[in-house]
Write a protein that binds this ligand. Structure first.
Ligand SMILES: Nc1ncnc2c1ncn2[C@@H]1O[C@H](COP(=O)(O)OP(=O)(O)OP(=O)(O)O)[C@@H](O)[C@H]1O
Ligand SMILES: [Mg+2]
Length: 105
């Protein structure tokens, strides 16, 4: 299992969410964040509002999810966002006690 953390533009979120749904990835966590990339914000703003999406996915779905995020979030200009991928040890669905991939979606 991998955790995909994507920090994207606020106005790209709906498209990304729908794009993920279209490939069967419905569950996600999202929160508004502030951040800056290599440009260090846009004067006079040091930090810019972004949306952060967290999704834990099966290993086999990682590339497809990344591609959907890119396709729906890229404008081709600085600030489009960034995606981080990390390993996840386990997942547990509280209702059933199911563990691992089957607990994800
Ligand atoms: N190395 C990083 N660590 C943590 N968060 C980051 C990192 N790089 C970018 N971010 C987050 O991602 C957001 C979007 O980054 P951004 O798209 O500006 O990346 P970038 O590396 O500057 O690329 P670009 O040159 O295309 O703008 C930032 O506002 C910040 O919240
Ligand atoms: Mg940037």
């Amino acid at each position: 299992m991998k955790k995909i953390e994507a920090i994207i533009r606020e106005d790209a979120f709906d498209k990304v969410k729908e794009g993920l749904k279209a490939i069967g990835i419905v569950p996600l966590t999202v929160y508004p964040v502030k951040g800056r990339g290599v440009q260090g914000g846009v004067p006079p703003y040091d930090l810019l509002p972004k949306m952060k999406i967290e999704i834990v996915v099966k290993d086999e779905d990682v590339e497809e999810v990344i591609n959907v995020i890119i396709k729906n979030a890229r404008r081709g200009i600085p600030g489009d966002g960034k995606i981080f991928v990390s390993n996840v040890e386990d997942a547990i669905r509280v209702r059933t006690g199911e563990r691992g991939d089957i607990a994800l979606y």
